[in-house]
Design a protein around this ligand. Sequence first.
Ligand code: NDP
Length: 281
Amino acid sequence: MAILLDGNAMAAELMAGLKQRVTALKCRGISVGLAVILVGDDPASQIYVRSKSKACEKLGIQSETFQLPERTSQTELEALIQSLNQDKHIDGILVQLPLPDHLDEAAALRKISPKKDVDGFHIENAGKLFTGQEGVTACTPKGILYMLKAAGIPLEGKEAVVIGRSNIVGKPTAMLLMKENCTVTICHSHTVDLAAHTCRADILVTAVGKAGFVTADMVKPGAAVIDVGINRIENKVVGDVDFDAVEQVAGYISPVPGGVGKMTISMLMENTVEAAERKAR
Ligand code: NDP
């Protein structure tokens, strides 16, 4: 039976450390501020934004949510981003994705100052990750690495397979695993014989968005299986992994909920605190 990678416990420990760092900054008269921009009224986005501001509250980070109407224009959105770039009380700016279809997501993200880009989605931060330079790392990939390392899972020389090649999860996760000297394979919807790849994986990360996608016969015995997927089935949230069957085969497994999602929020908080510490220096 696999060891559970408990995102709740790991996040609680991380948050306790971050709270001390926020308090240390406050003692020096420095507040930490996060601005969250939400365009439209997508219910899932509203839930994510609420959980982000709750995490800020726990740490004593000032969070401000800018709820803009669905009809917001690109110019209006970018003007808000520009004004937050100039605001010295704001250390981190986050644009909740996805944006409504009429808005240009990539152009909006490019307007965020790379120093305040706590999601790590700005092309400058993505470029730094891809060229091995110090920058802000995207929260979900950073959280995945944290989980693997916290559990003491060896990475050096291991076979890692990432299913999914998005800019926010798949690609940066693959880069971080490669930085740890894993041999990395990225799979996607055009991959031929997916199971042939996944069955070789010592570390298997799935970021697809399909419930029950990874079955037990796709997993190497003893592998670490990291489930990034978030799928709503009726009133339940599940990952990409057929958890009950895969936990019988895997060595380690992250649950959904209570796994990577928790780490993502903690890493967002860490990136925000780091931005404030950089400013203080
Ligand atoms: P995207 O939709 O951008 O990417 C999904 C990826 O899955 C694509 O690369 C796609 O391939 C691949 N894919 C789809 N079908 C198959 C298939 N049959 N075989 C192999 N690969 C396939 O999603 P995201 O990366 O943004 O998110 C992935 C999941 O993770 C979602 O469920 C999302 O909700 C969740 N998520 C969770 C987070 C957390 O904190 N826990 C944070 C962010 C996302 P192709 O490129 O060829 O289309």
